[in-house]
Design a protein around this ligand. Structure first.
Ligand SMILES: Nc1ncnc2c1ncn2[C@@H]1O[C@H](COP(=O)(O)OP(=O)(O)OP(=O)(O)O)[C@@H](O)[C@H]1O
Length: 786
């Protein structure tokens, strides 16, 4: 009979001894393996019918055998089974070996597995990189939009809730760290999204890890505000303050600030100050004030010059280490107003505000910053009916709810971007004004309870938080130290003033330079003019010499002819025109005093000379006579003789000054007393009460020199004397010294330059230097000149 091993085996196992006893098996029968690895048991002698001879002896023996047979049989069966199982194990092991080495773990498969493993690792790192990059970009967008970041934190169910059979209505998706769902009573789910979601399993470390980047930006000069909002008993104080075993955001923040400031000590110098206050029943109380149980002075919120809210008189404790901070926080928390409600045994009955002021100074560029970090634990929103409060607690609750509803109004106004934001409706909103709508980084923790019993309150908190998340307050900006700003403002004003002064001085300088240039130009022109005049004078002298020679000659002829024609007694004869008034040769202007004429008064001689000249006056004859003059002394005759050759003038014309040069017409200033060497002698006589000689020629010279030197102040002051410059060199060798205010320019260009406010410009100056104004005195003789 052929049996399948498994079936046989199973059957064998299930067989009872009675069954076994019924079956006689040949001990020698051995299991053999079939070709298909099945077990075949050959029945080799189980048929005993007709082969066994019965006798008594044999019967006893057979009875004893019958008793031992089933046991033996069983042993045999089991041993054969063991044998069989061993064999089967061997076969299967061989098969597994074959599979391992041959087919399943072939090198190709291993290679593919390796490759897939590497790819998986790469994708994982890529995903993580992308994830952090997305988060960074998201944070940047939030910062640019100025959105208030909102973190949700859900506490675990407490013992009371568990005992009451409350279940959790909050569902978290571990793959989405910023999403959560609320399961409503009708089993529908409502999704809420926040910047981060912390479940009951998240620790204080997890929370601070996400908060750290925001709080530490206070060291970079940003104003930061973190506040916890939520229903009473949801863990606001736990998140912000924590417990000695599980310290909260406040302590961890200061610890981190100290750590970073130590790290940056080579570049930055930081000073940290801590203030702690509470708003209880709409009154501000300093929690760090000594004897804070006593009624303290009234603190009010004022707006500082930099637009931030300040509380004058609030204590600012300078802190140097975390231990000091912890002590301060503990002492502040101790005096905080807390009370017991049926929602929270130690419920905060006030809004607690911790302010950290950071003063930073950059040791490299000296830039200073002053920024604030506000850490706010708001009082819990609560339904008065639900928590069954009365008396003082009821009053507290009403104040709390009023201020929280004011916060809600502010958030609604900010979210809808209305013009007026009602910040001043409560102390808290007034205090957080710049944090909610200003240029600071704001983070809100919305705390919720997971309990089904608090579903309504939880939904209210979540809706409020979603509205807060929608507020766009504009990007945050770094805060410079107000003292620094003031210093820079003063510096800017001083700079402006200095610039004005510099401009004024530049203008003055420019006008002086222009005046100088104008004067130099005048001087140059005058020098040229003097040279021209000198040459003209020389020419004139030459001509006059010729004329006088001619006149002298003609007179000599006339006198000799008269002598011959009319015989007169010798006594009547006129004395010859002697060298009574010798003149120096007219070569150049000199200081040498001329020798005064000792002889006849000029007037009588000149009159007679004029009369004689009128009778004759033939120039050709004069010239001839001149040529025939015996010696040079004759050329040094008094000037009257030379004038006599001209046409006889009328009495009025006689004394009229002759206009000879252009200078006389340019500056006809009769009042100006300019002298020549000749005039000096005349003045001398004048001063000595002598009668001045009526020489119009000298008058002409006087006018000419007056015009020449009148613009020079030195000459004006010394009008009665010859100028020093003239005396020393008789030429204008340089600019005359300027006495301010002693000379008023009269030339229109100079006057215009003086009056005009000039703006300094190198181009202008260049243009001006190139510009040649017309000379005060024309270089070519004009029609006025003769
Ligand atoms: N995440 C949390 N893990 C463990 N326990 C928490 C957590 N959050 C809150 N608790 C516990 O819940 C209780 C209430 O917390 P807490 O006092 O901080 O609430 P609250 O919101 O500040 O209440 P109130 O507004 O009344 O002051 C505390 O005993 C606190 O230890």
């Amino acid at each position: 009979m052929l049996l399948n091993f498994e079936a046989t085996n199973d059957q064998a196992m299930d067989m009872t001894p009675e069954d076994n006893s019924a079956v006689l098996l040949d001990c020698d029968s051995k299991p053999t393996l079939s070709s298909d690895s099945g077990l075949i048991i050959e029945e080799t002698g189980n048929s005993v019918d007709g082969d066994i001879v019965s006798n008594n002896t044999d019967q006893e023996t057979s009875l004893g055998q019958e008793r031992t047979l089933p046991i033996l049989q069983k042993i045999m069966d089991l041993s054969s089974n063991i044998e069989y199982l061993k064999k089967e194990h061997r076969v299967l092991s061989d098969q597994v070996k074959d599979m391992n080495s041959d087919s399943f773990l072939s090198p190709e498969v291993l290679g593919i597995l390796k490759h897939l493993n590497n790819q998986y690792g790469l994708l994982k790192t890529k995903y993580l990189e992308e994830y952090s990059e997305r988060k960074r970009l998201y944070n940047e967008v939030i910062e640019l939009k100025g959105n208030i970041r909102v973190f949700l934190r859900c506490r675990p169910l407490n013992q009371v809730e568990v005992a009451n059979g409350c279940t959790s209505v909050v569902e978290f998706d571990s793959s989405q760290e910023n999403e959560m769902h609320i399961i409503s009573s009708d089993s529908s789910k409502k999704q809420f999204k926040f910047d981060h979601v912390f479940g009951p399993q998240n620790s204080q470390e997890d929370v601070f890890a996400q908060t750290k980047p925001v709080v530490t930006s206070v060291l970079d000069g940003y104003n930061v505000c973190i506040f916890a909002y939520g229903q009473t008993g949801t863990g606001k104080t736990f998140t912000m303050e924590g417990t000695p075993e599980n310290r909260g955001v406040n302590y961890r923040t200061l610890e981190e600030l100290f750590r970073i400031s130590r790290e940056r000590s080579k570049i930055m110098n930081y000073e940290l100050y801590v203030s702690m206050l509470e708003v209880y029943n709409e009154k501000i109380r300093d929690l760090l004030a000594e004897n804070s149980n006593q009624p303290s002075k009234r603190l009010e919120i004022k707006q500082a010059a930099d637009g931030m809210q300040e509380v004058p008189g609030l204590i600012e404790a300078h802190v140097h280490g975390t231990e000091e901070v912890w002590e301060l926080l503990k002492s502040g928390s101790r005096v905080r107003s807390v009370g017991s409600t049926n929602a929270n045994e130690l419920s905060s009955r006030s809004h607690c505000l911790l302010r950290v002021t950071v003063k930073g100074e950059n040791l490299i560029n000296g830039q200073k910053t002053k920024s604030h970090l506000w850490l706010v634990d708001l009082a819990g929103s609560e339904r008065v009916g639900k928590i069954e409060v009365e008396g003082e607690r009821l009053k507290e609750s009403q104040f709390i709810n009023k201020s929280l509803s004011a916060l809600g109004d502010v958030v609604s106004a900010l979210a809808s971007k209305t013009g007026h934001i009602p910040y001043r409706n409560s102390k808290v909103t007034h205090m957080l004004q710049s944090s909610l709508g200003g240029d600071c980084k704001t983070l809100m923790f919305v705390q919720i309870s997971p309990s089904t019993a608090d579903l309504g309150e939880t939904l209210c908190s979540l809706n409020f938080a979603s509205r807060v998340r929608g507020i766009e307050s504009g990007p945050a900006r770094k805060q410079a130290d107000p003292i620094e700003i003031l210093k820079y403002k003063q510096m800017a004003e001083k700079l402006k003033h200095d610039e004005k002064e510099t401009k004024k001085l530049q203008d003055n300088l420019q006008s002086l330079q222009l005046r100088l240039a104008a004067r130099e130009h005048i001087c140059r022109n005058l020098q040229e003019k003097v040279r021209d005049l000198e040459s003209q004078l020389a020419e004139e002298r030459k001509i006059r010499l010729k004329q006088e020679t001619r006149a002298f000659a003609s007179l000599s002829i006339q006198s000799s002819s008269l002598k011959q024609a009319v015989e007169k007694p010798k006594t009547e004869r006129k004395p010859p025109l002697g060298p009574s008034k010798l003149r120096l040769p007219l070569r150049r202007i000199t200081n040498v005093m001329p020798v005064p004429s000792p002889t006849l008064p000029q007037k009588s001689v000149s009159t007679k000379a004029f009369m004689m000249a009128s009778t004759k006056g033939k120039e050709n004859n004069t010239l001839r006579t001149m040529k025939a003059a015996p010696n040079q002394k004759a050329f040094l005759q008094p000037r009257r003789m030379s004038v006599a050759v001209r046409a006889p003038p009328t009495t009025a014309e006689f004394l009229k000054p002759k206009r000879r040069v252009s200078i006389a017409t340019l500056r006809p200033e009769p009042s100006l007393q300019m002298t020549t060497p000749l005039h000096t002698s005349s003045s001398h006589f004048k001063n000595g009460s002598a009668i001045p000689r009526p020489s119009f020629v000298r008058g002409q010279r006087k006018a000419r020199y007056s015009s020449l030197f009148s613009p020079l102040p030195e000459l004006k002051n010394t009008s009665e004397t010859t100028p020093t410059v003239m005396r020393s060199s008789s030429k204008f060798m340089g600019s005359p010294p300027i006495q301010p205010g002693s000379w008023k320019p009269k030339h229109p260009t100079v006057v215009a330059l003086q009056r005009k406010t000039l703006v300094w410009s190198p181009l202008k100056f260049k243009a001006m230097t190139n510009y040649r104004r017309p000379s005060l005195i024309p270089s070519q003789p004009s029609t006025d000149m003769q």
